[in-house]
Design a protein around this ligand. Structure first.
Ligand SMILES: *Cc1c(COP(=O)(O)O)cnc(C)c1O
Ligand SMILES: [Zn+2]
Length: 563
């Protein structure tokens, strides 16, 4: 069939052609095979053929296990934007933080790449019925593409998958089989069912089309970064510069691990063809209650001990047994430029949902937020450095936001039914109702910083999670005048400003009876000398380092001082 690639068995090394309907090695029966392509040739042809093509996964068809991409089944998979995360980057001190927004795929997760290629592959093989087990998103994506391709799908889902997701799967016409048990048990049942009925079973990371589809994430990121930053410069004169640029880090939340395994293969192939400067370090983030890979990695083991009963609210990431996928990842990480495994708690993930929505305008499901919570952890541990180019895979359904994620007090109620309104008339009644909400009694805060970006960031942090009346000044002189006039309840003060700096502002405020007791939080980009620290003593309430505080940390300080 396809002639532009062959498969190699990871167990016996036998090479064989790929037949979509026959997933096992013809020599030893192993299901672990890898696709290899004509890299030598592609190194020359790829940069030539790519520019004229649409930005979707089929753009890279020479590196995909498909003979003839069929546009009839396409839903616009791949080609998702790479978004500069400016606000989150500023909070973390990362200048080059990018979000690969996989939410913008047809069913809002990167599984669309997998589904598109899988269904196209099944069609090539003439297969019209498929069984899969899923923690939710694979089933949704497969269902959409199966509907278009006329493939009957059986989806084995655990009862913990949110009802809204299960109903979406059913809406597409998929037969939902609900398993009260773990995801690993659902997988076993799906396999037995498929065997009994002689139906094709989705093999996840062992399926060549599934794994290969993930490479397109790496290819796209590389092309997008090259467009943004230009080609990299050669490390020294003896080496030739490569045409394309890869990131320093790729960060993803991980369940079964197919995503990172495929993405790593994609980056590896580009590097093998000398099209990119490097293979990125990969950071894989799991949920603390189900983190078999993290445990194994921290103990430097190449096999993971399965987690029998996962304890996490984040069902999407509840793969307890990563099996050989972990071993494959481990090997690749050792061979390439290393990386990190980290875990985060459900609470940390929920907090990340808040900051991503409030600071970057991206509403994501908890599973996707796990990656961002992990990013924060790795930056704070010094593993990810300030000037590195970091790309985070942001994938997943925006779920109906559940109560426990939002907490209390997010709404203000105004009752405008007629009997609650004032007799004096509707208009006045409405105004009175509004004043009950207390909008004129907000705490008053002055933001003093010469960098507009920083003022915008701080304004955003304060206004996204509280109600404040804010005043801004971009230099010391204006600040002193504004503070004398407005008497804010709190001042957020930058130290380094041209002409009149933060120290001089404090001195000026000290001289005035009416301003000398206003609490001050200093927010500075500067490492302070002992003498400078001494100068601040007794005059300020708190000191925060730019690029090293998250939104809720600033808010905690602000709220404490306003009490
Ligand atoms: C599938 C998925 C993951 C994890 O994917 P793997 O690569 O299979 O580990 C993470 N987050 C979301 C939202 C997903 O849908
Ligand atoms: Zn074999």
């Amino acid at each position: 069939m396809s002639s532009h690639f062959i498969t190699v068995c990871l167990d016996c090394g036998a090479q064989s052609p790929f037949l979509p309907g026959a997933p096992a090695c013809p020599k030893c029966g192993s299901l672990w095979r890898e696709a290899i392509y004509d890299y030598e040739n592609l190194a020359f042809t790829l940069p030539v053929v790519l520019p004229g093509r649409p930005f979707d996964i089929w753009r890279y068809r020479e590196l995909l296990p498909i003979r003839d991409p069929n546009p009839d089944y396409s839903l616009g998979e791949g080609g998702t934007p790479l978004i500069h995360a400016k606000n989150l980057g500023m909070m973390l001190g990362l200048h080059n933080l990018y979000i690969k927004d996989e939410r913008q795929g047809p069913t809002t997760s990167f599984k669309d790449r997998q589904a598109a290629l899988m269904m196209a592959s099944l069609k090539e093989a003439g297969i019209n019925e498929l069984v899969c087990a899923s923690t939710g998103n694979v089933a949704i994506s497969y269902s959409a593409y199966a509907a278009r391709a006329g493939i009957k799908l059986w989806a084995f889902l655990t009862s913990l998958v949110p009802a809204a997701k299960m109903r979406e799967v059913a809406l597409y016409g998929t037969q939902v089989v609900k398993i009260t048990g773990t995801y690993d048990e659902a997988k076993q049942l799906a396999a037995q069912f498929a065997k009994q009925r002689n139906l094709f079973l989705d093999l996840g990371a062992r399926s060549i089309p599934c794994l290969e589809s993930m490479k397109t994430i790496a290819f796209e990121i590389t092309e997008q970064l090259t467009a943004l930053f230009g080609p990299p410069t050669a490390p020294d004169q003896t080496e030739q510069a490569t045409p394309w640029r890869s990131p320093d880090w790729y960060v993803q939340s991980v369940s079964g691990g197919m995503g990172p395994l495929g993405v790593m293969k994609g980056f590896h192939e580009l590097h093998l063809m000398r099209l990119t400067n490097q293979e990125p370090k990969v950071a894989m983030i799991q949920s603390e209650g189900c983190a078999p890979m993290v445990h194994a990695w921290k103990q430097k083991k190449d096999t993971a001990i399965p987690v029998k009963s996962p304890h996490t609210l984040i069902e999407t990431l509840a793969t307890g047994d990563p099996a050989r996928t972990y071993t494959q990842i481990y090997k690749k990480m050792k061979a390439a430029s290393d990386g990190e495994f980290e875990s985060v708690s459900d609470e940390e993930a929920f907090r990340a949902m808040h900051f991503l929505a409030k600071m970057e305008g991206l509403s994501i499901e908890p599973a996707a937020a796990v990656a961002f919570a992990g990013l924060v952890k790795l930056v704070r541990a010094g593993k990810i450095k300030a000037d590195e180019i970091v790309v985070v895979n942001c994938t997943g359904h925006t779920m109906s936001i559940e109560r426990n994620i939002l907490g209390e007090g997010w709404e203000r109620n105004i009752n405008v039914t007629s009997d609650s309104l004032d007799e004096n008339g509707r208009e006045e009644g409405l105004l009175a109702a509004l004043s009950n909400v207390g909008i004129d009694r907000f705490p008053r805060i002055a933001i003093v910083d010469d960098e507009p970006n920083v003022r915008t960031l701080i304004r955003r942090i304060l206004q996204s999670q509280g109600n404040y009346k804010l005043y801004e000044a971009s230099n010391g002189k204006d600040a002193v005048e504004m503070i004398k006039k407005e008497h804010p309840n709190l001042i957020l003060l930058d130290l380094m400003m041209p002409d009149m700096d933060g120290f001089q502002v404090m001195d000026a405020l000290q001289l005035n009876q009416e301003t000398k007791d206003i609490p001050i939080i200093v927010i500075t980009a500067k490492e302070l000398t002992p003498a400078e620290k001494n100068r601040l003593k007794g005059h300020i309430q708190s000191l925060m380092q730019k690029g090293d505080f998250m939104n809720d940390e600033l808010l905690d300080e602000v709220r404490a001082l306003l009490k």
